[in-house]
Design a binder for this molecule. Structure first.
Ligand SMILES: C[S@@+](CC[C@H](N)C(=O)[O-])C[C@H]1O[C@@H](n2cnc3c(N)ncnc32)[C@H](O)[C@@H]1O
Length: 414
């Protein structure tokens, strides 16, 4: 497969469409591998179509599984022995690094000036600032929280920063901090989704981790207002009012084989393996085993081989046992349990399914970054269609935040 080179600053318009199309068509070709949700589907159709892939995956030990979760590019090369198209994974997701770690550290607020700021946020804001320097216009920080990014950018040469934030407590807190440190930052309480929002003139719109529709609103509003520059790192793509995700760019919308993805499908783009403390991980594992054991049991009792969603359970059940969990779940689903049940059998079935789910999820996670890029390349094309030159890359390492993509769009034409 030959892809156009990774994008850099000042390209001719609509360069990202080829990238979007390549990802779209690759995702479409491999749809049966990522559409089914492993927790809900014990026998997805790909297990029949690629039996050798299924056997290989299910035979992996836990250590391999964990290693490959963290090294998906390597995993794609192994999986490509069974599905050759997976070999294109690394090339499809390649994007440039926008800021060197040293310049990111240098751009972060000094710890003494960031007492209210979680360490990771301080570093993320520094990396974001380093990726978009130099700053020419006054800045509008979209969904600014307490203004951590706003204050960081003020320290990197921004003449002034206005922040829009919905939560009044964060606005008060943020203004207090800016005043205390003497930063040229003002936060204003503002719902950015409000109709008739007044865009404050020729500002450079920025957003660090504004969720779903919030960052899409920045793209729409900012480009309509012909903002000179828009720089943002998107997150939580699935937080949208739309049941089916509407593509933004004309080019993507007119593409004959454009994927249709619903809100649940979008969740894959942000699905991460949990890196919680061991005790929490073990509890999560146990409850997942119980849920999968109950799922197998309910399929048998109802004579319907279909997943039955069970609502979230009260915390007290976490310290109970499988039998108590099933009694609670059956009651919630109005399912009568027979007096005699082979609990050991169904618990073992839950364990077997849990092992299988982890391995099927490993395969599905191979499609996480491509799906994220499917969304973000579409944003880039949308902005190019509106006269922006777009730079897209990572602003920090994945270990600092997995939502590490940044789009930087500079207006070049009317
Ligand atoms: C994930 S946080 C990011 C905050 C900040 N950019 C940062 O990185 O620290 C998203 C922020 O968006 C704010 N928010 C949510 N909905 C909003 C809306 N409709 N208008 C303005 N702000 C909103 C939330 O209160 C929250 O502070």
């Amino acid at each position: 497969m030959t892809l156009p080179p990774a994008a850099s600053v000042h390209q001719s318009p609509v360069t990202f469409y080829n990238r979007w199309q390549a990802v779209n068509d690759w995702l479409a070709r491999h749809e049966p591998l990522w559409r089914p949700i492993p927790f809900m589907e014990p026998a997805p159709s790909w297990c029949r179509d690629y039996p050798e892939l299924a056997s290989w995956l299910e035979a992996l030990d836990d250590r391999d599984c964990e290693y490959w979760q963290e090294n998906l590019a390597e995993f794609s090369q192994q999986a490509a022995h069974f599905v050759p198209g997976l070999a294109d994974y690394s090339e499809l997701i390649a994007v440039p690094v926008l800021a060197a770690p040293e310049s990111s550290h240098a751009a972060a607020l000094a710890e003494v000036d960031a007492v209210d700021m979680p360490g990771r946020k301080r570093e993320q804001a520094g990396a974001f600032a380093a990726s978009i320097r130099p700053l020419a216009e006054p800045i509008l920080d979209w969904c600014c929280g307490k203004g951590h990014l706003a204050r960081t950018l003020a320290g990197q040469g921004a003449s002034s920063v206005l922040g829009f934030e919905w939560n009044p407590e964060l606005v008060v807190d943020g203004n207090r901090l800016a005043q205390h440190y003497g930063d040229p930052v003002t936060l204003r309480q503002q719902d950015v989704m409000a109709e008739g929002l007044a865009w404050p003139g020729q500002v450079h719109g920025v957003a660090l981790h504004a969720c779903g529709d919030l960052h899409r609103q920045l793209i729409r509003c900012g480009s309509e207002e012909q903002a000179p520059r828009l720089s943002f790192s998107p997150c939580c793509y699935h937080l949208t009012e739309h049941e089916n995700y509407p593509l933004m760019s004309e080019h993507a919308r007119c593409h004959a084989g454009a994927l249709s993805i619903d809100r649940n499908g979008l969740r894959l783009a942000v699905q991460e393996t949990v890196t919680a403390p061991a005790r929490v991980r073990e509890q999560t594992r146990q409850v997942s085993v119980w849920r999968l054991g109950f799922d197998a049991l309910q399929r048998e009792l109802r004579g319907v081989d279909c997943y039955l969603p069970v609502p979230s359970h009260p915390a007290r059940l976490n310290t109970g046992d499988f039998r108590t969990f099933c009694a609670w779940a059956a009651d919630k689903k109005r399912l009568a349990l027979p007096l005699i049940i082979d609990w050991q059998h169904w618990l073992a079935e839950g364990e077997r399914r849990f092992r299988q789910v982890r391995r099927h999820e490993l395969l599905r996670h191979l499609f996480r970054r491509p799906l994220e890029l499917w969304l973000v390349f579409d944003y880039a094309v949308f902005l190019e269609e509106r006269g922006y030159r777009v730079r897209l890359g990572t602003f920090c390492d994945r270990s600092l935040t997995p939502r590490n993509l940044l789009l930087d769009a500079v207006r070049v034409s009317a």
